[in-house]
Design a protein around this ligand. Structure first.
Ligand SMILES: C[S@@+](CC[C@H](N)C(=O)[O-])C[C@H]1O[C@@H](n2cnc3c(N)ncnc32)[C@H](O)[C@@H]1O
Length: 274
């Protein structure tokens, strides 16, 4: 018996599909770095589990051509958007299907590589999820999972009001089952799932005033997440409208500083199937 999957907090929202596409675009360089580590090669068969709108599935597909990338997601709106975007961009070697990462419909040993990005933070039992990815991956194939660790968000000038808001948002998200500090647990999760040759790659995501657009985009990622839950958090008395407005003013000011710098952290784990 498979448990009912935990609800994705933003399921079924077209504005979340737009946010996911924007977030992936903002972090494209990091995603490229991760995919380089995975050594995708022509003719591989790969899985992008929890693919969202398929931004990464499309990049993977270009790398494995004429191989194929299967993108699965639990949300029909994201799968529908992913299908349309791949068609629009003329990428034919993707296949998008509705599916649950904890109960995949694929046979044992189907894929050379199974990857999931920003998904483990949403599942009920990440070890079980990795075991399911392991089941559908070939012997000596690779499993890769990438997640943020929201314990790392540093900037110059300092933004203490934003950081306070961010930690309240992370605690709020934890209450509904999202683990936004999962990055640091990936080694433990992969070990418990019996993965072989585990490697951990911390990948800093940073920008400076040398590239103001990148800086703004980087800071926009946490702000958009907070914004989505802002009214609910105010209603519950977790933050006030004043806390929010003051934090936004602080960020705007920080972004005008000639020496501005901001950094977050992504952690990629890879392991081999024995
Ligand atoms: C933060 S988004 C990341 C999307 C994409 N991997 C990316 O990096 O842009 C998390 C995705 O995981 C999906 N998801 C959550 N729980 C899932 C489950 N049990 N099975 C499949 N997908 C799931 C959500 O619908 C959402 O698209």
């Amino acid at each position: 018996m498979i448990d009912k999957p935990r609800d994705y907090a933003y399921a079924g929202q077209i504005k979340e599909a737009i946010r996911l596409e924007g977030q992936a675009k903002a972090l494209e360089k990091i995603i490229e770095k991760e995919l380089e580590i995975l050594h995708l090669k022509p003719n591989m068969k790969a899985l992008d589990a929890g693919c969202g709108t398929g931004f990464i599935t499309r990049i993977m597909a270009l790398k494995v051509f004429p191989g194929k990338v299967h993108g699965i997601d639990i949300d029909p709106i994201f799968i529908d958007t992913a299908k349309k975007l791949a068609l629009m961009k003329g990428i034919e070697n993707t296949q998008f299907e509705l599916g649950n990462i904890d109960n995949l419909k694929y046979e044992n040993g189907t894929f050379d590589l199974s990857y999931c990005r920003l998904v483990l933070m949403h599942v009920k039992n990440p070890v079980k999820t990795i075991l399911e990815l392991k089941r559908v991956t070939k012997k000596r194939g690779t499993i890769a999972a990438s997640d943020n660790d929201d314990g790392v968000l540093i900037s110059f000038p300092n933004t203490p009001k934003l950081l306070l808001l961010w930690s309240k948002f992370n605690a709020w998200a934890k209450n509904r089952g999202e683990d936004r500090y999962i990055g640091r647990k990936l080694f433990s999760i992969f070990s418990e799932a019996g993965m072989n040759s585990i490697r951990i790659y911390p990948i800093p995501i940073f920008a400076t005033q040398q590239n103001p657009d990148a800086l703004k985009m980087l800071v926009t990622v946490p702000i958009k997440l907070i914004q989505q839950d802002k009214n609910a958090m105010i209603k519950k008395g977790i933050i006030t409208a004043k806390d929010y407005e003051e934090a936004m003013r602080e960020v705007e000011l920080a972004l005008t500083h000639p020496g501005a710098f901001a950094m977050g952290l992504n952690i990629l784990a890879t392991g081999k199937v024995r």
